[in-house]
Design a protein around this ligand. Sequence first.
Ligand code: PLP
Length: 398
Amino acid sequence: MAIKRKDPTSWRPATRMVRGGTLRSPFAEMCEGIFMTSGFVYDEAAQAEDAFAGANQRFIYSRYSNPTVSMLEERLALIEGAEACRATASGMAAMFAALMCQLKAGDRVVSSRALFGACHYIISTLLPRYGMESVFVDGTDYDQWRDALSRPTACVFLETPSNPTTDVIDLRLVCDLAHAAGAKVIVDNVFATAVLQKPMEAGADLVMYSATKHIDGQGRALGGAILCDRAFIDQHLQTFLRNTGPSISPFNAWLLLKGLETLELRVNKMSDNALEIARFLEGRNGIRRVLYPGLASHPQHELAMRQMKGAGTMVAFEIDGGKKEAFAVVDRLKVIDISNNLGDAKSIATHPATTTHQRIGAEERARLGIADGLIRLSIGLEDVEDLKEDIAQALRGL
Ligand SMILES: *Cc1c(COP(=O)(O)O)cnc(C)c1O
């Protein structure tokens, strides 16, 4: 059954999040269907032949595409304002595919240094094994970007705000430098989400997400997404995904699709709560510095306010003391959980130096400003007064 609908590109963002991409089966279900099927059937052999020849648009096999996954992809593309989207089994599958579908031996990749740990591994360790050159720069030092991009480059990869120190990189400036060097720019937009930041408006060619974070936002499912133009999918991505198979389960795609309906509400509320927590932490006894782009004291505060609609859901702070004192603070928390996830409705505390950034080593941690006394908070949807009380009692020992 064809569903009647207005042109979804005329919808405002909240409407896109609730309704974008919906496909309805002949059963006329209200809620989007979960099409748990690996394959699809044909009335006649000739139809299968046509499908494999690409003569008509239809579902063939869920490694290539699936109705539930397609709904998620179309909704994500509408929210981002991108021409197209491909969903993957995890954020890392999205990141890896976005790079590997277009790179070959001899290519050069320039990246900001402050990255999610697994992204750092792929660029620093994996790409060089296949004959690619990787160059890291300090993301907020534009002389380093200029220098690195003074030679032809295939790809630029960056994350802003960065994990866990919330460095904010000027997207337009880096995109302009990258394009002059012939590079495609991939932005890991996990921390900001499409609600608060639209990298494509600043010139980014690809945006990637770990949908595991704010898009699900309820701690249930892994997922990832790549947003780009249709030509990139046709030239590079579709063939790579179809043949390597990092496909997302239709069930997980359905969870993420339902998560999108409340994405804007959740992210805005969590970002408001995060600003309140950051202000609450700043200047308290025993706290050396608070890293949150929404604070006037943040080194890139003005850029963040220009580039983002809100300062995000992640707050980092450094206490007076090292690992022992940081562990004691985190262990005293009674509402906020200790975990490594982020973007969840439940607030989470992480000690980056011993978890997410353990493997990059002490030297690289020092370079990134990840001290042993640094604690990262992902602020959720609880009553902010309960969060403040919890943090205040945890800090009492300092
Ligand atoms: C979590 C995360 C990833 C990886 O996503 P997974 O879904 O865990 O594979 C990549 N980048 C950032 C910034 C992340 O937070």
